[in-house]
Design a protein around this ligand. Structure first.
Ligand SMILES: [Zn+2]
Length: 494
């Protein structure tokens, strides 16, 4: 009986893995492994059992004593407007302390400057050109595997508390979550619009306030989660996103009394106040981990989905550029049992790294080459070095040709950073730019004509990256350790 139960559980995951089709093989070894698993799965499914996607609500036994994972994403937060990264205003005292207790990444990149695509990369470990949720309003294909789906077979429960209409469950990001709180009561919104980027906004409420989000997250932690099971939780705050309307007590800290709040200087002050307000609310959430005595046993990852233009390149907001202010974000990881306090990393990292890193910190098998990103766990533990010259890849989705502010945007943009050099190209905008970020961190001086060979090297890497990852389908490991052992004992996996 027990063995029947186990067999049907195995079958279920086998089917899951079959839905995740193998993609480009980064490493031959993992490729063989995927093929072998697929063969094994096909063998297991002989017998006419119909293939259907398993219901997300299924619970698996907890295999061992896992820590929890709390992933906090703040919308629209530039790294250089956080005091953690040297900003002159005290915007982020909570993040500063979190960073002192954990590891801070100085050179972390979002893959794209748009909310839903960036979150899809955080949750799947795939670049936007792979998962294809490249703009708000598209839906993450069910074929892709989210982190809560990967953790479920290990006995995890999962919850998300999100604060913007563009992360509504109907856009596919809720897959794998047991609890997905995307409710935006009209009384809690700061941004009323009936339409956003061509999408109808239910009840005319685009976002919800940070205090409401923290309260909902705390409510789940206190009374809705099962304390016998580990959890994965995503908490998304929207406040720093336009409109910049922080609670008055925060506004007064950053904008002089009586100032005209429409001026650029005051708008930036209000933006900073929104970051400070969100920081305070994150403090309330982190305090709850202490109250529940799970702070030492919870991996906390804090980042932002993208930055904000603030007219550094002429545009106030985000989504149309991939300059540094649009894509460089804070990234802090705290987990005292494995990560020494106070580490700072200068090497470049990106969102595709989060999934393999978290799986490794949870001590779940992470086969080399299976993921698009880099597993940072060894470096976090102080056991390995990160590669300073690693390339980082950036993307902006296709626009058919329109004005955003005074900027005409058309076609796609692609970018690559490697070492001190950054190259951006937009074929339809006839844009080719090469910057030396060491000498010119604000990306003002296009060096394309002076250093054509440098640009050409980056073009080749960019093309190779596009060829490898464009619209690729990820094959991810759904197996529990126990299942892998079983398949291994049967000779199906190495
Ligand atoms: Zn966003």
């Amino acid at each position: 009986m027990e063995s029947d139960k186990h067999h049907s559980r195995l079958m279920e995951k086998v089917r899951l893995a079959m839905y995740s089709r193998p993609f480009v093989c980064v490493a031959a070894r993992s490729c063989r492994r995927i093929e072998l698993v697929t063969v094994a799965l096909m063998l297991f499914t002989v017998g006419g059992t119909s293939c259907s996607r398993p219901v997300a609500q299924r619970e698996y036994p907890v295999q061992r004593d896992f820590p929890n994972v709390l992933l906090i994403s703040i919308d629209t937060t530039r790294r250089d407007h956080c005091s953690t990264y040297g900003y002159q205003r005290p915007t982020t005292p909570v993040l500063d302390e979190l960073g002192e207790q954990g590891a801070v990444f100085d050179l972390a990149y979002a893959p794209i400057a748009t909310t839903a695509p960036s979150h899809a990369t955080m949750l799947t470990g795939c670049y936007p050109i792979s998962h294809r949720l490249i703009k708000n309003g598209l839906t993450l294909d069910d074929d892709y595997t989210t982190l809560p789906e990967m953790l479920r077979p290990h006995g995890f429960q999962s919850a998300a508390v999100v604060s913007a209409f563009v992360l509504d469950s109907k856009f596919g990001l809720a897959q794998g979550f047991d609890h997905y709180d995307d409710e935006i009561p009209p009384t809690e919104t700061t941004w009323k619009r009936d339409e956003l980027q061509g999408l109808t906004v239910p009840q005319g409420s685009v976002d919800r306030r940070a205090d409401f989000t923290s309260s909902r997250a705390i409510q789940w932690l206190r009374s809705q989660r099962n304390p016998e099971r580990p959890f994965f939780m995503l908490v998304h705050y929207f406040a720093p996103h336009f409109p910049y309307v922080p609670p008055e007590e925060f506004a007064q800290r950053f904008v002089p009394a009586g100032a005209v709040r429409q001026s650029m200087r005051e708008q930036v002050g209000l933006y900073d106040a929104e970051i400070a307000y969100t920081d305070t609310e994150i403090g309330r959430l982190l305090k709850e981990l202490e109250t529940l005595q799970i702070d030492q046993n919870t991996i906390v990852v804090l980042t932002a989905d993208h930055g904000e233009g603030l007219k550094q390149h002429g545009y106030m907001f985000h989504a149309i550029h991939i300059y540094e202010e649009a894509v460089r974000v804070p990234l802090i990881i705290r987990y005292p049992p494995q990560i020494p306090a106070g580490r700072r990393f200068a090497e470049p990292v990106e969102f595709t790294d989060l999934v393999p890193t978290l799986l490794d910190l949870l001590e779940i098998d992470v086969p080399a080459g299976l993921f698009q990103g880099t597993n940072l766990a060894g470096a976090l533990r102080g056991e390995a070095e990160l590669e300073p010259g690693r390339a980082i890849f950036l993307h902006r989705r296709h626009f058919s040709g329109l004005y955003r502010g005074n900027q005409f945007v058309k076609g796609e943009l692609f970018g690559i950073r490697k070492g001190d050099w950054k190259y951006i190209e937009g074929k339809e905008e006839k844009l080719r730019q090469l910057f030396n970020l060491q000498d010119d961190p604000l990306e003002r001086k296009n060096l394309l004509n002076q250093y054509p060979e440098n640009a050409q090297r980056l073009v080749q890497l960019l093309e190779q990256w596009r060829r490898t990852n464009y619209n690729a389908k990820p094959a991810l490991n759904y197996m529990t350790d126990e299942d892998i052992r079983k398949l291994r004992s049967l000779g199906y996996v190495q």
